[in-house]
Design a protein around this ligand. Structure first.
Ligand code: ZN
Length: 512
């Protein structure tokens, strides 16, 4: 059985999804969960992009003990230096550097001749090899590059010290047969290829990212890059959970496996979905709500008689559990803490205490507290952190069928100011948002608004997701509360606070 390394780029490529911006706490929580899932490599970000990105890569590298943490760099010494500074404290520091190799990218983007591109790539790998034990080099837009040019540049970067060669389908253009053939060609023609591992990185523009990744494995690749839930630039990346479960289920065919703890998949997927605001379609393979639902009578009958008649993946395998009551009003702090530990959460004492307060508040209003509620509370706790500029201190909404909805809001900000405003709207949420816009004194466009209940029951928590555009920046936000209007206000303010944070550390984003 061949071992396939899983390179997770949820925090880098995934974070480049339109409207997604994770704060430091959220990135650390995702990194911890990726470690529990047992991924081999975590790409934590692009340290040269901004101070915030640098800091988050550094902190991820500091806490992760069971995976290699990698940072992305262009072929520039200052980028490579930034990655080294960020990851050097990690257990297995690694660099991911890249340059575009397709004619279209070299001519229009880099404005360099092919010879200059080789020179730049070799110089950057040589420079990095002075301090990095592992160097991954990527040929951006490899699939639209001239294969003989790829052979030339790969041979030279391996000689310069690259130990992993990644050939991404940056624009999601090729099909499985073509992608596999590219790797076969490279292995046949690059004389020193045995000194490096091969890696695949696929985008899903034509819906072939997972199939292409599997085709790459059939053609000698030993590392797959992708994201949880397939999030990422444009149509996203290969879904790592789909690749891993496909290898597991079809071991007979692929003769390859990963070291992922498959029963951590569901929780990882839920966490990434909640923190990024990217909802999982119900029909999504492996993690969708309906992935294990048998609706047809014939199928149900078959599954009742023998599961494997229609079920090729068991829900248990990927950690899907039926939702049951876990804790109630009378659960004490100790039981609460024990439950968190059993569920695999690693939290500081102060976080457990804060979470316990939220739990008690909720238990007073809601009879049964489920696993979903607790994970919603955890997300809620991460949302309110010291980085927030605006804090909601009071909210009042008046609504009646014969009157104009009116909202009154009091906010405080970290400059110590108290802001109070009132406004009306055609509905309660509009009144609320008109008032918040007045408090913030900036034009804000609401691009998306979604409300969901956490689990079932009339007393369920409300979870609101919003997407806004403010000062030209697209941002998303989430809020959870028992009342839908309070959850709506929190989500909006969360999105606004993110814009304030982004403006404080302007970011540059790259794609490969
Ligand atoms: Zn990519």
């Amino acid at each position: 059985m061949r071992k396939i390394n899983i390179f997770d780029t949820t925090l880098r490529d995934g974070e480049q999804s339109a409207g997604v911006n994770l704060n430091l706490h959220e990135k650390l929580e995702i990194a911890r969960q990726l470690e529990r899932l047992n991924v081999d490599i975590i790409e934590a970000g692009f340290p040269a992009a901004s101070k915030g990105d640098f800091e988050s890569v550094k902190q991820v590298a500091a806490i992760i003990k069971n995976a290699s943490v990698v940072g992305l760099a262009r072929s520039k010494q200052s980028d490579i230096d930034a990655v080294w500074e960020a990851v050097k404290g990690g257990v297995s520091p690694r660099l991911h550097t890249f340059i575009a190799t397709s004619p279209i990218h070299m001519q229009y983007k880099l404005k360099q001749t092919p010879e200059q591109v080789i020179e730049t790539a070799v110089a950057s790998v040589k420079y990095a090899s002075k301090f990095f034990p592992t160097i991954q080099w990527s040929a951006e837009d490899a699939c639209r590059s001239d294969f003989d040019f790829l052979v030339k540049i790969i041979t030279q970067v391996i000689d310069a010290g690259a130990t992993v060669i990644n050939l991404p389908d940056t624009v999601g253009y090729v099909n499985p047969k073509e992608y596999g053939e590219m790797f076969a060609y490279i292995q046949e023609h690059v004389p020193n290829i045995h000194r490096a591992a091969l890696s695949a990185h696929c985008h899903d523009d034509l819906g072939m990212a997972v199939s292409n990744s599997l085709a790459a494995i059939e053609n000698g690749v030993t590392q797959i890059e992708g994201t949880i839930n397939g999030i990422g630039e444009r149509a996203g990346n290969a879904s790592l959970e789909e690749v891993a479960v496909a290898l597991h289920t079809r071991q007979d065919y692929y003769q390859a496996n990963t070291r992922l703890k498959l029963n951590e998949i569901k929780r990882t997927s839920d966490l990434v979905s909640k923190l990024t605001g990217m909802v999982i379609p119900p029909n999504k393979a492996v993690v969708g709500k309906n992935a294990f639902a048998h609706e047809s009578g014939i199928h149900q009958d078959g599954v009742l008689k023998e599961k494997t008649t229609y079920e090729i993946i068991s829900p248990d395998l990927v950690g899907v559990k039926s939702n049951s009551m876990v804790l109630g009003k009378h659960s004490g702090r100790h039981a609460f803490r024990t439950h968190l530990v059993e569920q695999g959460y690693q939290l500081e004492d102060s976080d457990v205490n804060r979470l316990f307060e939220l739990f008690k508040e909720l238990a007073d209003k809601k009879k049964e507290i489920t696993e979903e509620d607790i994970s919603a509370l955890l997300v809620e706790q991460q949302l309110t952190n010291d980085e927030d500029y605006y804090v909601l201190s009071a909210l009042q909404v008046q609504y009646g069928t014969n009157q104009i909805p009116t909202a009154t809001i009091t906010l405080t900000n970290t400059d110590g100011q108290t802001i109070q405003e009132a406004a009306t709207g055609a509905g309660s949420v509009e009144a609320l948002y008109n008032t918040l816009e007045r408090c913030i004194a900036t034009a804000i466009v609401l691009d998306d608004y979604r409300i969901q209940s956490v689990g079932a029951g009339r007393d369920a928590l409300a979870q609101v997701y919003v997407k806004i555009t403010m000062d030209g920046i697209v941002s998303s936000g989430r809020g959870t509360a028992q009342d839908v209007l309070e959850a709506s206000a929190k989500a909006y303010l969360n999105a606004v606070n993110r814009v304030v944070n982004i403006k404080n550390s302007q970011q540059e984003k790259v794609s490969i």
